[in-house]
Design a protein. Sequence first.
Length: 238
Amino acid sequence: MVELILAEKPSAAQRIARSLADTKPSEIKEGKVKYYELKRKGNKIFVVCAVGHLYALTEKNKNGWTYPTFEIAWQPAYEISKDAFFTKGYLNLIKKIAKNCDKFTIATDYDQEGEVIGLNVLRYACKQRTGRRMKYSTLTKDELVESYENASPTLDWSQAEAGETRHFLDYYYGINLSRALTLAVKNAGSFKILSTGRVQGPALAILAKREKSIQDFKSEPFWEIELQGKANNENISA
């Protein structure tokens, strides 16, 4: 049996490998990407990392700058954004190692984002429907070993589905409303790319309302009266 363990960060992958290995794990470098090979109770384990999201959402059939758009899909992040090109090496390595593994364990951060990272790597890079799930809050050896030995048999689907839903809504809301705003300005005879989003839009609305209340404020004159005198041979004010 050969197992692949997926961590979210290089530092976490290193700590997991050192904690689970019967002896010192082998640190292997492929290009700029490090991974670890170890034995635990006679079984071979590879520990790799994802460096955050390796997949991102994009339009399925991009046909210009259309609005609205709801046909989206996950694709390798490096194919969508130049800023994510560094993730290509990590994804290719995971795909390569996964071909020789028959057991898969997700050890990304135990939150919604970590669950989405693990879900996408499992189904797209490893061609698996689910995998074991390690749950830990610190990178101490005792906790990592206990997390591995008592891993859940499947992903935390509540977190995975909630996280994926948030990504979908962010895309639908951000892309469609940003395009609507930009096209509205264009149809008015000008052109300026405008953006909004799930957080950006409401935050801008709060600022706009606050600014309007400041502009609408009308100051009224008022006076403060101060009494200055002496008491017990000391100057006083009241």
